[in-house]
Write a protein that binds this ligand. Structure first.
Ligand SMILES: C[S@@+](CC[C@H](N)C(=O)[O-])C[C@H]1O[C@@H](n2cnc3c(N)ncnc32)[C@H](O)[C@@H]1O
Length: 407
């Protein structure tokens, strides 16, 4: 009854798109993999957190069903395929096993022996002991069971391990939550030779990657521990330039770009991360006083630094059911940076708000600049990742969520 209600919700929400995925969700008893949760919680469309670090941050979980359904659909599994899952809760591996059937193979890998131990026990109890459960750093994949038709990564990655590309068949899918300039995006990549090309993207959060692929963001406190900037690989070379910056005069610029309530603007975030080298996140503690930061409303987090200047977005209400993006900035050249940021919000509004999704491509290390597509390149230790904004007439352009392709 609870399981049927969950599946009905996943169907009506559009998360389950195929009869095969529906059948898998109807078959696997989720509660057998989440003994810490009540039956209601096990069958709610929500994450069940199963392990925490010393600071109380979740480091393992059974992911939310809508996200599992999305990633499974994106993996495009079929009977007889071989699939590798990185990060083992047990439940998702059982769903994958349903999709590849008795002639397929599922290998699930977790770095934490406590997690593989429970996953293996729960899989056996639920009747999925054909799933191979391995304890190791998933960064290295599972070469002895490769090649895989699909690899599903279920911890947040910053880089793409060469082993994953090597162990994936050409045309196979790597479905992965990838952090780009601090923005977490689920990306379904398809392998084309040595490159991975994105086919679908969506917003999603995941627990952090541990082991060789771990790569924490760096914080720069602006005021005590309450207000800080978080950087993803682009920490400023002279952080001392920001000392006391919030005590200097603030510049405010309206953008003229309006947005109704509850409207996602994830492509604006990615656009700003594409155009600004200094894109970062503004973190404001829940109970921090924000009047000096913004006259109305808490900043949603998008910020840019350049030299000794910082600018960030807010989105105050300007009328009933209408909000407007506004920029605030501090620093000796605050006006210039604020105008630059406001201009890019206007460009997003004009060219990208209803346009195709950005295309994310992962290229092997050593790919020369002239072989990269236009856009922003994020150089990682093992991969060159590019973010490109296709023109609406591009035949490969894709649209997601509530933004339909123009007919
Ligand atoms: C969100 S949980 C997995 C959820 C699971 N796929 C499910 O059934 O919903 C993420 C897992 O990734 C694991 N993990 C983190 N870094 C890893 C790494 N480098 N290799 C393998 N597993 C890792 C964590 O221990 C954690 O159990």
């Amino acid at each position: 009854m609870l399981r049927a209600r969950l599946v009905d919700g996943l169907l009506s929400g559009g998360w389950i798109r195929t009869a095969e995925t529906e059948a898998a969700f109807r078959a696997v008893p989720r509660h057998l993999f989440t003994p810490e949760a009540s039956l209601e919680a096990a069958y709610a469309d929500d994450v069940v957190r199963t392990k925490f670090d010393a600071d109380g941050v979740a480091i393992s979980s059974v992911s939310a069903p809508w996200l599992q359904a999305t990633m499974i659909e994106q993996a495009r599994l079929a009977p007889g395929m071989r699939c590798l899952e990185l990060g083992s809760g047990g439940y998702n591996a059982a769903l994958l096993a349903e999709l590849v059937g008795p002639t397929g193979e599922v290998t699930t890998v977790d770095i934490d022996p406590e997690i593989t131990d429970r996953a293996a026990r729960f899989l056996a109890t639920a009747g999925y002991d054909q799933v191979r459960v391995l304890t190791r750093d998933g960064w290295h994949g599972a070469a002895e069971h490769a090649p895989f038709d699909a690899i599903v990564v279920t911890a947040q990655a910053v880089d793409i391990a060469p082993a994953w590309v090597d162990q994936l068949v050409d045309g196979g899918r790597l479905v992965i939550p990838l952090r780009l300039r601090g923005l977490s995006r689920g990306v379904a990549f398809e392998r084309h030779g040595g490159r991975l090309i994105s086919r679908e993207t969506q917003m999603c959060g995941f627990v952090r990657m541990q082991g060789a692929g771990a790569n924490p963001m760096r914080r720069l406190a602006l005021r005590d521990d309450e207000i800080a900037l978080r950087f993803d690989g682009n920490y400023p070379p002279k952080p001392e330039l920001f000392d006391g910056i919030l005590d200097t005069p603030r510049v405010d610029v309206w953008t003229g770009v309006h947005i109704p309530p509850m409207t996602p603007f994830d492509t604006l975030k990615l656009w700003l991360a594409t155009v600004f080298d200094g894109y970062c996140q503004l973190d404001v503690a829940k109970d921090a006083a924000t009047e000096s930061l913004a006259p109305a409303g808490r900043p949603p987090g998008d910020a840019v630094v350049h030299d000794a200047n910082v600018a960030y977005l807010t989105c105050p209400k300007i009328a009933e059911s209408l909000y407007e993006f506004r920029v605030h900035a501090f620093g000796p050249n605050a006006t210039t940076l604020a105008e630059d940021l406001a201009d890019q919000v206007r460009i997003w509004e004009r060219d990208h708000r209803t346009g195709p999704d950005p295309r994310i491509t992962a290229h092997p290390l050593g790919t020369p600049d002239h072989d990269l597509p236009p856009g922003r390149t994020l150089d990682r230790a093992h991969t060159r990742i590019t973010i490109t904004w296709p023109h609406p007439t591009d035949p490969d352009a894709t649209y997601h969520g509530s933004r339909p392709a123009p007919s």
